[in-house]
Structures are given as structure tokens and as C-alpha cells.
Write a protein that binds this ligand. Structure first.
Ligand code: GLC
Length: 732
């Protein structure tokens, strides 16, 4: 009887775990995800589960070969799929089929204020990652723009948490619909590059939850991102890659994140903490993969043999390992083992068109005296293009987001195509040397000769395009270092001043991902903020300058007049860059325009600012009710008219304030926006919703979001400094 029972039980087990076509459940795409995960886990040994938690090469982590569960392949970066890297080094593998489409850097995407375009962007870059057989795309980066000196601001989405969240969510959804995991980064408080590997960030719970976490929270709760990257720095004394509060409590318990926490490369520092404080996959610890120790480096990783030892000694419960393995298997079943996984596409017209549309919609027209722009092709016959950024590649360099591209149209290429090769002379004006990671290489050219030649070219021309800004070199817009000055580098301010002495018709085109000082602003008729636009740079720029496309971008971060005006630089070294051990974000919740508005400091250009070749008229805003309960939604409407003679698109913004709050609150905060296309003369009624619950502040006494009853003021605005009308409402 007993034997019969055990045979029956055995049969039953086999029956449940192999579907009708006799395939193990975990291999059967028609089975529910959690059943596949459970089945695979039940078949794995202790060693196989531990293996899942570490790198096997520079950009891949272990699978389970015995069970036919593939390894996970990861790739940078947020605005293009990085070239193949060697197995055990940071060197390029020098493949010949991995030259990608470079999309604009994410500050440009944020500047579009266009969530549909962000979805298109995510789909396109996701297709390229899928085609290149990547399972995790290491992006988007959503760290908040706190200081203008941060070397990686160009990779992120500006100073406002609401804008960053709204742009990150569709991007991630677009990537993941290709069967590729997004990896929102760097979680959290990696807001500078100086001492990034260890600086211990301290700040209030309010600032943490109101400013630095919203984009990550939206990525998890709304985009359902499948992985997240721990930051290098520390937060309240624990490294972010194994941080009990950030990972176990906030991310996995409160936000119910069911995906994988991946370290930044080399972000792991302790086995027990990595095991117990929420880390799932450890990458890049011994950067060459071959440690100085006797055995192969990967086996020495914190979550490799040392972790196995702790498990065998019972110092870490098996449940901790099973949770990691479950999350990693879930990611594998969502990506490489997903049923009907798409095939992706690589370097196609659709991707170029998406890249160009994002670039065109992200370029910000900052100044345009007397409609100096647009400039028709016939207007000038002698044009001087000056500045190294007119020809310098901006897709390579910048750190881990560096790309090997199929093509890159430079600003000079674009301008020559638009105005005719014969009508344009180019003069470099200055040179900056090659982009080398972590080091500044002095250029060889004679800077005075370049300078004088450029002034001469300007003197002989009818029109000057000065194409300058920053670049992807160390201590510019680049990872692993911050800028050392807020001014334009490479003597550009003097060059612009000398050019203006010999020619008044100067258009300044800033190719950069950061704010800069502009001592020459009053003397220049037109200024464009032209981000790192990727493969289609020159085409997008020329389409804007010639008027083929009407600019509609708006700034995702403020431009202070001078560095000291910025909140991060108002409290001495401990606030930026810290004392090399600790750092305190003393401006607290008053980041960006929240600082300028509340402290009544006028920025050079405000958050949300951008001009157009047409003009818009905002009607008086009204709300659908006078009073709202905490769980209701405020419906706001106003008319918007294109009062010019050019079709265009306007990023309208809604801000909110609580005049009498029990706590300090910013003068106003962005709570809604939309991009409204209008033909010349056309009027539309704009309707925008603001949930009452989104008017809350983070109450660090009760540790929850609180909407206090009372009056709130809502503004419709063209930027943080251009309020059009206000509406007062009561919350019951
Ligand atoms: C880098 C960056 C991170 C990148 C990773 C892999 O140090 O901080 O953004 O994805 O390592 O290159």
C-alpha cells in the first residue's frame, strides 16, 4: 500500500510540474510567470541559486546551464546601446555589427515635456537593445539635478521630480514592451560625481520622499520596471547597493518592487549586508573579473563563495537566497525566456526619425531678439560657423553612456546642408583635446592661433553661428567627475566677446547638458540650448534654425545667474561637495525653482522656460468645483490660442501651492503639464487634472503623505516664472 501511495504521489508531482506536452512548467511559455518561477526554483541546487546573484563577465550574470536557463546580458546606456565590451575588461570587443543609433541625451527628452514622445523613445531604444540581444538596458537615469556642477546631469531628467517621473514611466514601458528590462538608476541620491563611490549623503525624510524618490517610485509603481540600479554612494551610513531602508523597506516592502536590484559596477562592499539588505545581482566588483586573489575573481565576489559559506553555516537563512533567486528568475522569464519575445530592430529610419523628433522637440530657444531666428537659406551669403562643438562628436565620451554610432550628423554638417557649403566657412575657435575617461588631456593646437582665426572669420562674415558649450570630457558633462566652474570652459566667453566686437549678428548654440553662466547674453540676439542630440544632431538643429520646425522645448532645470545663487551652493562645503566623508543636502526640499521662487532669487532662465517662433495667449483658468475631498481630482481648464502666424506646440504647466501649511512648503510645485499643438491662429481648450492627493507633503512625523484641509492655489503657467492665472480651491 505504502509503495503504491509513493508511486501515486510521484506521478502526481510529475503531472503537476510538466504540462500537457510533457515540457517542464518553467519551460512552458503558456504557464503563469509565478508558476514557472516556482518550478524552476524547485529544480535548482543551492550553488545554482547563489550563482544567479553574481556577474560571470563584465556585463553578464549567471544563468543555470543545466536547466537551460540563460545568463542575463546587460548593456548601457540610457540614450543608445553601447558597443560590445570584452568579457573581462572595460575594453571594446571591437565587433563590427554593433554601431547603434544615438538618441538625444535624457535632458533633451525631458525638455520636450512630451510623454508620448518618451514612449516612442523607449520603444525605439528598446528595439535596438532587443536586437543586440540584451536583457537589461541600464537606463533611464533619473537622479535629480541638484547642482549645476554634477558631471552626469546630461544623462538625467532635470530638477523637478514630477517631470522626471512623467518622462521616465513611458520610456520604461516602451523599453519593456520589447522584452528588455529597464533599469532605472542610480537609486538613490547620486547627485554628483565627486566622491561618488563613498560619499555619505544625509538629508531629511521630506527631501528624500518629495524630491529624490518620486521618479523611482513612479518607475516601480506605474511603469513596473523590472530592475533598478543601486547607487555608488552611501545614504545614512549604508551603501545604497545594500541599504536596509532604501531597498528592503521602501523599495521592496512599501513599493512592492518584484524585480531585481543590480549594483552599480563595483557598488558592493560587504557580503552580509549585500545578503540581508536587498541586493540581488552583484556586478563589477573586481573590475577586471580576475581578482588579485588566487582563484577566478568572480568566485570571490561578495555574493559568490562568501555568500555560499554564510548560507551553509546558517548565518543567512535560505529564504533570503530564495527571494533573490525568485526575482532573478522572474526577470529572465520576463525577458530572454518570455513567450513570443519580439526581435527588435537596429539602426533603421524609424529610429532615426524618433531621434530627430526628440531632438527637434527638445531644443530650447532661450533668446530671439526681433525674431532674429529663423534664418531662411537666402538671407545671408557669408556665414561663419565657429566653435569646436560644431564638428566634435558628442556621442562618444561622457563615461558609461558613450556610444559607437552608425552615423552622427554634426551641427556643421546640418548647417552646410541648409545654407550651402559655398556660403559657410568654419573656424574651430578653440580646441579641447580627446575625451579620455577620468583624465583631462591638454590639446596640442595653438589656442591663440585658433582664437585669432575665428575672430577674423567672424569679421568677414555677415552672420556667425557660435557652436560651443561643454563636451563629454572629464570635468565637463562626463561621469566620474564634476565641473570645476560654472562658466563656459575653454576661453569661450572671451572668444564670444571678441566676436561680438567685429560682428553683431551672432547666434549662440549651446551644445551641453548643464546650465552655464552667460556674461555675453545681453549682446547676443539669439541663443539656443541644443542638448546632446545624438545621431541626428545637425539635422534637428538646422531644421530649428531655418524654421522648418518651430522650437517647442522648455528647460528641465533652471539656469542660475551665478553658482552661488543655487540652493546646493548656499550652505558651504558640507552641502556641496561634502567634507569627503559626509554630505548634507541643506537646501532640503527647496531644489531648483523651488529654491529660486521661495528665496526670491531671479534665475537667468527659469525652469520650464522656452520661446517659440510664434506666440501663445493663455485664457483664465477655472476649476470644475470650489471644494474637493481628499480622494477627488481637480479638473482645470483654460483656452490656449496660437496668436502668431506659425504652427507650433506649447508645453503648458500647472503649479500648486499651499499658502498656509503647517510645514515649510515651496512657493509652488509642478503638478501637471501637457504639450499642446496649435496651428497659427488656432484656439484649443486645455483640460488638465490634478489629484488632490498629489497636493500632499511628506509628513516626517507620521511618515506618510498628508493633505491638510484648507486653501490651495493653482496656477497655469508658461514657465516657473510666467504665471498666467490662478485658481483658489478648498480641500475639505
Ligand atoms: C558605471 C555607471 C553606471 C553604468 C555602469 C556600467 O559606473 O555609474 O551608470 O551603467 O557603471 O557601465
Amino acid at each position: 500500500m505504502k509503495k503504491l501511495k509513493s508511486i501515486l504521489l510521484g506521478l502526481l508531482t510529475v503531472m503537476t510540474l510538466t504540462s500537457q506536452n510533457n515540457v517542464p512548467v518553467y519551460l512552458d511559455n503558456s504557464q503563469p510567470l509565478e508558476l514557472r518561477v516556482k518550478d524552476a526554483l524547485s529544480k535548482m541546487t543551492l550553488e545554482e541559486k547563489v550563482k544567479l546573484c553574481t556577474a560571470q563577465s563584465k556585463f553578464s550574470s549567471h544563468g543555470v546551464p543545466r536547466l537551460g536557463i540563460p545568463e542575463i546580458w546587460m548593456s548601457d546606456g540610457p540614450h543608445g546601446v553601447r558597443e560590445e565590451i570584452e568579457w573581462d575588461s572595460w575594453n571594446a570587443a571591437k565587433w563590427t555589427n554593433d554601431s547603434c543609433t544615438a538618441f538625444p541625451a535624457l535632458t533633451c527628452l525631458a525638455a520636450t515635456f512630451n510623454t508620448q514622445l518618451s514612449r516612442d523613445y523607449g520603444v525605439a531604444i528598446g528595439e535596438e537593445a532587443r536586437y543586440r540581444r540584451k536583457d537589461i538596458l541600464l537606463g533611464p537615469g533619473v537622479n535629480i539635478y541638484r547642482t549645476p556642477l554634477n558631471g552626469r546631469n546630461f544623462e538625467y531628467m532635470g530638477e523637478d521630480p514630477y517631470l522626471a517621473a512623467r518622462i521616465a514611466v513611458p520610456y520604461i514601458k516602451g523599453v519593456q514592451q520589447n522584452g528588455v528590462a529597464g533599469c532605472v538608476k542610480h537609486y538613490a541620491l547620486n547627485n554628483q560625481e565627486v566622491w561618488r563611490g563613498h560619499i555619505n549623503v544625509n538629508l531629511s525624510d521630506r527631501a528624500l520622499h518629495e524630491i529624490y524618490l518620486p521618479a523611482f517610485k513612479a518607475s516601480v509603481e506605474e511603469a513596473e520596471v523590472w530592475s533598478i540600479m543601486g547607487a555608488y554612494n552611501q545614504f545614512r551610513g549604508q551603501h545604497c547597493c545594500h541599504n536596509e531602508l532604501l531597498l528592503n523597506k521602501i523599495l521592496k516592502a512599501d513599493w512592492k518592487f518584484d524585480g531585481v536590484v543590480v549594483t552599480d559596477w563595483g557598488g558592493t562592499h560587504d557580503t552580509k549586508q549585500a545578503a540581508l539588505y536587498g541586493l540581488d545581482i552583484e556586478m563589477g566588483s573586481y573590475t577586471n573579473g580576475l581578482s588579485s586573489k588566487a582563484t577566478f575573481g568572480y568566485n570571490d565576489y561578495y555574493l559568490a563563495n562568501p555568500f555560499l559559506e554564510l548560507l551553509k553555516k546558517g548565518e543567512v537563512p535560505m529564504s533570503v537566497l530564495d527571494d533573490k533567486a525568485r526575482r532573478i528568475l522572474r526577470l529572465i522569464f520576463r525577458t530572454s525566456m518570455m513567450g513570443n519575445r519580439p526581435y527588435g530592430r537596429f539602426v533603421c529610419d524609424d529610429h532615426s526619425n524618433t531621434a530627430r523628433r526628440v531632438a527637434e522637440e527638445g531644443i530650447v530657444l532661450l533668446k530671439n531678439d526681433k525674431q532674429f531666428l529663423p534664418i531662411s537659406a537666402a538671407r545671408f551669403k557669408k556665414i561663419a560657423v565657429i566653435g569646436e562643438n560644431a564638428t566634435r562628436s558628442m556621442t562618444e565620451g561622457g563615461g558609461s553612456s558613450t556610444l559607437k554610432v552608425k552615423y552622427e550628423i554634426s551641427p556643421l554638417d546640418g548647417l552646410q546642408k541648409a545654407y550651402g557649403l559655398q556660403n559657410i566657412v568654419y573656424s574651430k575657435g578653440y580646441s579641447t583635446g580627446p575625451s579620455v575617461y577620468g583624465r583631462v588631456i591638454e590639446p596640442k593646437e595653438n589656442q591663440k592661433e585658433l582664437f585669432d582665426a575665428a575672430v577674423l572669420a567672424a569679421k568677414d562674415a555677415e552672420l556667425v553661428f557660435f557652436v560651443g558649450g561643454l563636451n563629454k570630457n572629464h570635468e565637463q558633462d562626463c561621469e566620474a567627475g564634476d565641473r570645476t566652474t560654472y562658466n563656459l570652459p575653454f576661453n569661450q566667453d572671451n572668444l564670444i566677446r571678441e566676436i561680438l566686437k567685429v560682428n553683431k549678428n551672432v547666434v549662440v548654440v549651446l551644445v551641453s547638458g548643464n546650465a552655464i553662466a552667460m556674461p555675453w547674453l545681453k549682446d547676443v540676439p539669439a541663443v539656443l540650448q541644443s542638448w546632446y542630440l545624438g545621431s541626428e544632431s545637425g539635422n534637428a538643429l538646422a531644421n530649428i534654425i531655418t524654421g522648418k520646425v518651430n522650437p517647442s522645448g522648455k528647460l528641465p532645470f533652471s539656469f542660475p545667474v551665478k553658482l552661488e545663487d543655487s540652493g546646493a551652493h548656499a550652505f558651504g562645503e558640507i552641502s556641496y561637495p561634502g567634507d569627503s566623508i559626509n554630505q548634507e543636502y541643506k537646501e532640503d526640499i527647496l531644489v531648483g525653482y523651488r529654491w529660486f521662487d521661495t528665496k526670491k532669487i531671479k534665475p537667468l532662465f527659469p525652469f520650464g522656460f522656452g520661446l517659440s517662433y510664434t506666440t501663445y495667449e493663455y485664457g483664465k483658468m477655472s476649476a470644475d468645483k470650489k471644494q474637493y475631498a481628499a480622494d477627488e481630482t481637480i479638473q482645470l481648464s483654460f483656452t490656449l490660442k496660437n496668436t502668431g502666424n506659425v504652427d507650433g506646440a506649447e508645453a503648458v504647466q500647472i503649479y500648486a501651492s499651499q499658502p498656509k501649511a503647517s510645514v515649510v512648503r515651496p512657493a509652488k510645485e509642478l503638478k501637471a503639464f501637457d504639450k499642446i499643438s496649435l496651428k497659427a491662429g488656432e484656439t484649443k481648450t486645455v483640460v488638465l487634472n490634478v489629484k488632490v492627493k498629489d497636493l500632499a507633503f511628506f509628513n516626517d512625523k507620521t511618515h506618510s503623505w498628508t493633505v491638510e484641509p484648507g486653501e490651495f492655489v493653482l496656477y497655469n503657467a508658461a514657465s516657473a516664472a510666467e504665471i498666467k492665472s490662478t485658481v483658489k480651491i478648498q480641500v475639505k
